[in-house]
Design a protein around this ligand. Structure first.
Ligand SMILES: NC(=O)c1ccc[n+]([C@@H]2O[C@H](COP(=O)([O-])OP(=O)(O)OC[C@H]3O[C@@H](n4cnc5c(N)ncnc54)[C@H](OP(=O)(O)O)[C@@H]3O)[C@@H](O)[C@H]2O)c1
Length: 433
């Protein structure tokens, strides 16, 4: 039986989907009983050259050619952005079409509305490609790990910032230089703010945390710190201390209290997340029954992302063959309290520039001592003509206590600037506790 697919968008991911359908049609038919046929493809500009050979008559600029075509049973959304993608996905679902999307922005901001609409219409809405590119993370959280209470998720989910930090570590270059290079190579967008400021990672964290903790969480509940403040000096000090800097997205849930954070973090060199380089992504999950799991692979790219999209399409086709579509049930089973103040005590790295005078360090140590923040390591280097650079690594300390000490230190007349305050990941983070 032929099952018609309408494709919204034929860029990097859409072209990968066209290619995988071409390569795997017979296999998919053998596995599901349904033969996928791409019936129409929505684009902005039909005259643009495409990355895959295409019958031009498939291209349309009118969304209704797909959304109101009764022959189209599955809509694959790879156009990106919020509007009109949201309107198109809603229209497709209301028309009784199953939808597969790669759109993390859409799922992070409007996932609840779209999933409810899908449930009302009795159709599937699947979005494996929205987080982690080729890596299966959505379905494991949604299905395979449902018997667990998941207490923690943590990972590297943004390829652009991971590429930038990896290159800074490898070459010792500053962020601006590596960013310009990444833009020239097409690894970073002309306006890189969504990646560099941590927003893309935060959106993915919202999707993952909603599934892992079975609770609705919002983007504005994530504490977000991007990588703009990270300099070559931070990378070099981290290396000297035995760490690499990674942008980690993390969520924890204890007794219905959730903490959600995106922040640059010092990760020990032998920690598995320290070896996730360039455009690779990884997600660590801690379940009470499964124990610790780590998912790793290509976080973006045409065929890697299309692989995840097509995994969803095949699942939908299986469901069309067997009557089990639209019965996946709600993702959110409970309410949680999002409590950024409940970050557990941890170690922190602080880098500052101070006046190079006798007694300055004693004053800093005094402020830390008064705030009961104890120091584990101190590195002091001559900086410019009359200044010195001081790096302090603390012992475990509650965040509010550390913040108080840092605020006090910043007020000292001999402290020129506090450049960065970053948490340190512990060695045992991914071992069984
Ligand atoms: N690229 C990746 O590696 C990757 C990885 C994971 C997830 N994703 C997600 O996948 C989605 C697609 O990303 P992409 O990199 O493939 O984007 P892209 O290369 O920019 O392709 C977007 C496609 O959608 C079409 N399009 C966009 N807006 C349209 C509109 N208003 N009307 C009609 N057609 C429209 C474009 O048409 P024209 O070609 O005519 O301009 C283009 O074919 C995004 O949600 C993205 O976040 C991407």
């Amino acid at each position: 039986m032929d099952v018609c697919i309408g494709l919204l968008g034929c860029g990097t991911v859409g072209a990968g989907v066209v290619e995988l359908v071409r390569r795997r049609t017979d296999k998919i038919e053998a596995l599901t009983g349904s033969r996928p046929v791409i019936r129409r493809i929505l684009v902005r500009n039909p005259d643009k050259p495409r990355a895959v050979p295409l019958d031009k008559s498939l291209l349309t600029t009118r969304a209704e050619d797909i959304l109101t075509d009764p022959e189209v049973r599955v809509v694959v959304e790879t156009m990106g952005g919020i509007e009109p993608a949201r309107q198109y996905v809603l229209a497709a679902l209301r028309a009784g079409k199953h939808v597969v999307t790669a759109n993390k922005d859409l799922m992070a901001l409007h996932g609840t509305e779209l999933l409810e609409t899908a449930a009302e219409a009795g159709v599937d809405l699947m979005y494996e490609a929205a987080v982690g590119g080729a890596i299966p993370v959505i379905r494991p959280l949604q299905e395979c790990l449902t018997a667990n209470e998941i207490s923690e998720i943590k990972g590297i989910v943004n390829g652009t910032t991971n590429y930038i930090l990896s290159k800074m570590t490898e070459t010792g270059a500053d962020l601006g230089e590596v960013l310009r290079e990444a833009q020239a190579l097409g690894y970073a967008e002309a306006d890189p703010s969504s990646d560099v400021d941590g927003l893309d990672a935060a959106r993915k964290l919202v999707i993952l945390a909603t599934l892992a903790f079975h609770a609705p969480v919002r983007l504005d509940q994530v504490t977000v710190q991007g990588i703009r403040s990270i300099t070559a000096a931070d990378v070099a000090y981290a290396r000297e201390l035995g760490y690499v800097i990674k942008l980690l997205a993390s969520g924890s849930c204890h007794q219905d209290k959730v903490v959600l954070q995106v922040q640059p973090t010092l990760v020990p060199k032998h920690h598995p997340l320290a070896h996730v380089d360039d455009a690779y992504n990884a997600l660590f999950v801690r379940g009470d029954a499964a124990g610790n799991l780590m998912f790793y692979g290509r976080g973006a790219g045409s065929l890697p992302t299309a692989s995840a999209v097509m995994g969803d399409v095949i699942e939908v086709l299986r469901g069309i063959g067997l009557p089990q579509v639209g019965v996946r049930g709600p993702a959110c089973l409970r309410r949680v309290e999002v409590r950024p103040d409940l970050v557990p005590p941890r170690r922190y790295y602080i880098r500052m520039t101070v006046a190079d005078r006798p007694g300055v360090f004693a004053r800093i140590a005094g402020v830390f001592g008064d705030a009961e923040v104890s120091m584990e390591t101190v590195v002091q280097r001559r900086g410019g003509r009359a200044s010195a650079e001081v790096v302090i690594v603390t012992h475990d300390v509650p965040l509010h206590q550390l913040q108080r000490a840092v605020d006090q230190v910043a007020l000292l007349e001999s402290v020129e600037a506090v450049h960065n305050v970053l948490p340190l990941e512990t060695d045992d983070e991914v071992s069984d506790r």
